[in-house]
Each structure stands twice: as C-alpha cells, then as structure tokens.
Design a protein around this ligand. Structure first.
Ligand SMILES: [Fe+2]
Length: 299
C-alpha cells in the first residue's frame, strides 16, 4: 500500500518551444498541477530536464544564483523574458550531498543558465511566480539505470513536501517531425498526415508501462522500454527519455507499490511528436482509505 505522506511525481513531455506560447490540453494540465502543488504548500520543485547533461560519470546541480534563460524560437519574448527564476541553492546543496551519499560524482554548476525544457514547464505551472527550484542534470552516457538511481536518491524529498518532476518527451524524435506547418503557418499542432507507426506504437508502450506497473516493477519496465522495437524510431537520441527514468526512480520504491501512473493529458505536435503528461501518486486527501491512487485519468 503506498505511503500517504508522499508528494505525487510528474513526467511532463514539454514538446516544442511553441508549447510555451500556445494553448493546449497539456498546458492546462501543467497549470492544474501547479495550482495543486501551491495549494498543498510545496517547499519547492526538484526537476530533471532533457537539455543539460554532465560528462564522464558526473551529475550536476544548478547552483547559479542568477541564471539567465536561453532564448527560444517561435515564442514571443513577452511569454518568458520577464519571468523570474528562483534557484534554490540551499536545497541544491542538499541534493549534491544526497547524490554523493548514494555514490554519485555530484557537483554544483555555478554558471549554468536555464533552458526551456525546465522554465517552459515552470512558467506554465506557476505563472504567478517560480517556486524555489533545483535543477538536476542528466549524465551524457544516457544510462537508464543511472538516472533511475538519481530519482531514487532524491525520492526522500517527496516526504518533505518537494515536488519532483521529469521534463522530457514520451515520443520525441526531431528527425521525424514534420515542420512545414510550423515554419509556414506557425501551427505546431497541424497533423497533415497521421503519425507514423513508430510514434503510435511507442506512445502506447509508454502509456502501458505507466498504467500497468508500480514500485520496482515500474523501474524495470521503464528501463526496458529502451529495448522496445520502436524506441529508436520514437527517440532519435536518448536525451528526452532520461527524465522518465528519474521519475521511475522517484516513484518506484517498494513503498510506491499500488501507485500506477495516469495519463492525464496529451498533445500531438509536428505530426510525430507525442507530448504525453503522466502523474504517479496523489495528494494525501485524494487517497481513499490510505489505498492506491483514485484520481481518474483525463485522457
Ligand atoms: Fe526538449
């Protein structure tokens, strides 16, 4: 039976940069998750994205007290330029210590500027102001088990009221995307043709893993997805599939048994990119009798 004192964990597919400026079902869900997090008085956000990796065997924590934002294309600057980031250096130091205690070569990075994979989500979740946030890098070797272990190492922060989020992509192959409707018409949601088979197959495989697994089985099933026959068609590179491993680590303990994932929103972009939004676990009052998650999926 899952514990009652844990914050939920989100895996968000951030999609293209236009997901920041355009309205979508996914954007509505991100806002809903942000509202719920604020209503429950979270202490802060711990997030792994998909655009920052550390070399060798290292993992880094963003420790820049005044980070800039990398600019984004196809989004009006008014949507993000003035949004104030809120790096949580104190909790960042704690994360470094927790990761080191788990055996990682963890270091702070005092010069890292934030990228849209993380601030896009933060702006959409918390338009009224960024909560204290710690960003965790990936490791450039893209070993799924390494990233599961990062999630497992930081999982105790869920008991303290921190919200753990992975920002990547369920189906995210930039080489398969169809860009002309966006380039010609600024329409990132156009679907001039149906998605290709690899996108559809892998999108379903990801949903199946979330829906049908919990606890350690979730971790095993998620890492196994990288051997799925459609994996490489759905993920040309591994970078957007590491945060999902972080999420499986953060929500795949023995104590998480019974908390299967829910597909709560989904937005297709650029024909072949599937931005699925998943949540594992619930807020305490959403749990009936201390049992498994009872919130219904919206999609
Ligand atoms: Fe991305």
């Amino acid at each position: 039976m899952p514990a009652n004192n844990l914050t939920p964990v989100h895996f968000f597919s951030h999609g293209s940069t236009m997901m920041l400026g355009e309205e979508s079902e996914s954007a509505d869900y991100w806002k809903k998750c942000g509202d719920e997090a604020l209503a429950h008085g979270i202490k802060g956000v711990i997030m792994m994205g998909a655009h920052w990796d550390a070399d060798a065997d290292r993992v880094e924590i963003a420790m820049n007290p005044t980070p800039n934002k990398s600019p984004v294309a196809y989004v009006h600057p008014s949507k993000y330029v003035d949004y104030e980031l809120n790096p949580d250096l104190k909790t960042g130091s704690r994360c470094i210590e927790m990761l080191r205690a788990a055996g990682f070569a963890a270091e702070g990075n005092a010069s890292f500027d934030w990228i849209h994979d993380t601030y896009l989500i933060l702006i959409r979740m918390f338009p009224g102001g960024c909560p204290p946030t710690v960003l965790v890098s990936m490791n450039a070797r893209f070993d799924p088990h390494y990233h599961v272990k990062i999630g497992a190492a930081l999982r105790p922060l869920r008991k303290e009221g921190y919200l753990l989020i992975g920002s990547g992509g369920a189906v995210h192959n930039l080489y398969r995307n169809v860009y002309w409707p966006m380039v010609r018409h600024a329409d990132n949601f156009a679907q001039p043709t149906p998605p290709e088979a690899a996108s559809l197959d892998f999108r379903q495989a990801v949903e199946d893993v979330f829906r049908n697994n919990s606890g350690p089985e979730l971790r095993r099933a998620m890492t196994r997805l990288m051997k799925h026959p459609s994996y490489r068609g759905a993920q040309a590179t591994d970078d957007h599939f590491m945060a999902i491993m972080f999420v499986a680590g953060a929500a795949g303990d023995e104590e998480d048994r019974g908390d299967t994932g829910r597909l709560c929103a989904e937005t297709w972009e650029l024909t072949n990119m599937c931005n699925s939004q998943f949540t594992i676990g619930v807020w305490p009052e959403q749990r009936v009798g201390g049992g498994a998650s009872v919130v219904q999926s919206a999609a």
